[in-house]
Every structure is written in C-alpha cells, then in structure tokens.
Design a binder for this molecule. Structure first.
Ligand code: SF4
Ligand code: SF4
Length: 399
C-alpha cells in the first residue's frame, strides 16, 4: 500500500479530476446515506452502482489506484491490456447515472454527485476509457441536431431568422427529444405556446447540446451551448418545454458565463395564465390522472407547484400523486444517456415507476419530459402515458 496520506495523493491518472477532489473524497469516505434513492442501484443492486460506488470508482481511477499494484487494488499493472480492461470497467460506472439528483437531495453534504460524474465522463473520454455507447453518441451528435432542425421546419416552416420582419419575435425551444421522437407533443407545444403568449412564436430546431456533456465532451458542450444561446438572442421571449433544455439554459449556461437571457418554461407561463385555460369536459378527464415529476424539473429546477396548478385547473380537481413525488420523485431512468450506456437498467427503472403508478390505482400517467415520456411508453406500452404539454394545449386551444 502507498505510504502517502490518502488526502495527499494526486489525481495523476486523470488530472482534471483534481478540481473535484472534495466531492470525490466526500463520497468515498462516506457511510452511503443516499444508497436507497439511486434509481440505477435500485434497478440493479450492485455496490459499484450506488452513488458511493460510482464516486469511489472515479476517485480510485483518477488517482491511478486501479492499476497500481502498489495500491494493492490490482495486479494488472504489468499487463497493459488487462490494465486497460480494468480501467475501462471502472470508467463505465461513471456512465451509470441519470443525473437525477436524488442522491444530492438526500445527502447531508449536498454532494454534487451527478455534476462530478459528468466531469468524470469527460476525463475518462480524454483518457480513451469511455464506453462505446458514449463514443457513438458523440459521433452522431451533429446528425441528431440536424434531424431536430429538419423536424422543426416541418412543424413550423418559418425560417429561423427573417431580416424582413421588423417586429420582435418569441421563440419556443421544445427540445430535440420531442422534435425527434414525439412530433404530436411538439406540435401541441407550439399551439399551446402561441395561444398562451397571444403572439406568433417561432419553433427553434437543433439541440442545446446536453447529450455532449452526458457523453463526455464538456468542451464541445460548452461551445455548442454558447452558440445555441446566441441563436436565442434575437428573440424577445424564449419559452422552453423540455426541463433538460431549460436547465441547460438556466443553470449550465450562466455557470459557464455564456449568458442565457430570459427563459420561461411553458408550464410556468400556463400556471401564471390559469384563466386562459379551460377546465376540460368531464368525459375527457374521467379516471385517475397521476403526475410524475421529471427530475430535471423537480429537483433540477424546483418546479413542482406549476404543473399541479395547471393540472388542477384542467381537471377541475388536483391530480393523483405517486408515493414519492415533488422533490422526492423517482427517476424514470431515461436521463444522462443511461438508455444508451445501460439499457436494461434504464428499462427496469422506467418499469418501476409504472408499476408504482399501477399499484396506486393506475389510470393516466402524466409526465413533463420527452425522455421520461419515451421511456414509459416503450416499457409499458399498455399504460396510458401522456405529456403535460398535450393537456395544456387542449386547455389553451379551442377544440
Ligand atoms: S452523495 Fe452524500 S450520502 Fe451519498 S455517498 Fe456521497 S457523500 Fe455519502
Ligand atoms: S444522480 Fe441519480 S442516478 Fe446519479 S448517482 Fe445520484 S441518485 Fe444515482
């Protein structure tokens, strides 16, 4: 074993993790108070997949302990191929995180596990240790963004910038998840935004760049997000539907000094304009309607009252609740690229939420995030799963 004191050993294998030393040490030497809340280790109960396990793996990997015979953790140091396999397996667990924030929320230290693991992803990508699934996401990102732009122009053929127009315009960032996979919801979002804003609203295509961060390319994410923020500067109001995009614009962009301007979630505008929403006819709202809080919206942005106010107005009664809701909500398993890097764990996590919905009486499950919507529909095709945005559109626009 090394004779150096643990707190004096450097992150010589992944030096960029030195900035995350405190967060990594806090988890590594913790009695794991958050272990029951992680959707990943709940779906696949392995110690390595708990928040503690993921952070400890990164800690040891970053310091070069994994292939150091001196540290006593492995005897692979003399075998370069074995060392690479060993390090890659430690690196992969950093990708077993949806970024749901449940561990941070239940941690006495508020330790930023997800943000740290996203940073670890960039470090392991630079070191050539990233899993293939993440590498594929990075390679296909430009095509994904282009596809989202093309889909947006099908829904709203108006070009992005029209120098002939003198009037200021409003923009809607619905999110590439909706544009690529949920066209009906994207169309509903545009109709609802136009009705609530009472003006022309332009549907913005492309992607905010969040998949780049989740796949392990922090620098490319920053430059893509900066360009996306710049595109939005020509609009005097910016509405956002997907909570992941809203978080990128409201939290990630200012944290990187990229600016972000005024960004309003559509559900927040709807909650402010409840008078503009009609209560839907009883025939359309019969049975249980249960709301699932997407992590990026509830823990990520603290938006828990607005969706309930909107649903209460539309239904004429409060929505039903899952056992764990609001800031304690359970992740659908669809974030942080988990469906790409660990598909069976992601599917199990989604099914666990739908099972709880069934245990509570079933009915309609309403969520407010393109990734969760897709995960629930894929994993429980028999369940009735809607997005909040289609309900807002029904209430905001006349049939
Ligand atoms: S997130 Fe907090 S409670 Fe969980 S292992 Fe890390 S330090 Fe411990
Ligand atoms: S952010 Fe969520 S998925 Fe990631 S380690 Fe924490 S609880 Fe698990």
């Amino acid at each position: 074993m090394s004779k150096t004191r643990p707190d004096e050993r450097a992150f010589h294998r992944l030096p960029m993790l030195a900035e995350s030393k405190v967060a990594l040490e806090t988890c590594t030497f913790c009695p794991k108070l958050c272990r029951t809340v992680c959707p990943v280790s709940n779906a696949e109960p392995r110690e390595a997949l708990t928040p503690w396990g993921k952070m400890s793996s990164a800690y040891h990997l970053g310091r070069g302990d994994v292939v150091s015979a001196d540290a006593g953790l492995s005897s692979e140091a003399s075998d370069p191929v074995g060392a690479l396999v060993m390090e890659s397996s430690f690196a992969k667990v950093a990708f077993a995180c949806t970024g749901c924030g449940a561990c941070k929320h239940s941690c006495d230290h508020g330790n930023p596990v997800a943000d740290t693991l996203f940073r670890v992803r960039t470090a392991v990508t630079k070191a050539g240790l990233a899993p293939d699934a993440a590498t594929r996401v990075l390679a296909s990102f430009s095509a994904r963004a282009e596809e989202a732009t093309a889909r947006a122009r099908v829904i709203d053929p108006e070009p992005e910038r029209d120098s002939q127009r003198s009037a200021p315009r409003a923009a809607l960032v619905v999110g590439c998840g909706y544009l690529r996979k949920h066209e009906d919801e994207a169309r509903a979002a545009l109709a609802a935004t136009r009705a609530l804003a009472g003006r022309d609203v332009h549907l913005v295509g492309g992607c905010c760049g969040l998949p780049l961060l989740h796949a392990g390319d922090e620098e490319r994410f920053e430059s893509h997000l900066g360009a996306f923020v710049e595109r939005l500067e020509g609009y005097d109001e910016v509405f956002v539907v997907d909570a992941g995009c809203a978080r990128a614009l409201r939290v990630e962009a200012p944290a990187r000094k990229l600016g972000a301007g005024k960004v309003e979630l559509l559900v927040e505008r709807a909650a402010k304009e409840l008078h503009a929403l009609r209560t839907l006819p009883e025939a359309e709202t019969r049975g249980s309607v249960r709301y699932h809080d997407p992590c990026s919206l509830s823990r990520g942005l603290g938006v828990v009252a607005a969706p309930r106010a909107v649903l209460t107005r539309l239904l004429g009664r409060p929505p039903e609740e899952l056992v764990k809701s609001r800031e304690h909500s359970v992740c659908s398993g669809a974030g942080g690229l988990l469906p790409a890097t660990h598909p069976s764990i992601a599917n199990d996590a989604a099914r666990a939420v739908v099972r709880e919905h069934d245990r509570e009486g079933g009915g309609t499950l309403v969520t407010a995030c393109a990734s969760s919507l897709g995960a629930f529909r894929r994993n429980a095709p028999e369940a009735r799963v809607h997005d909040l945005v289609t309900w807002i559109a029904r209430g905001a626009t006349r049939p």
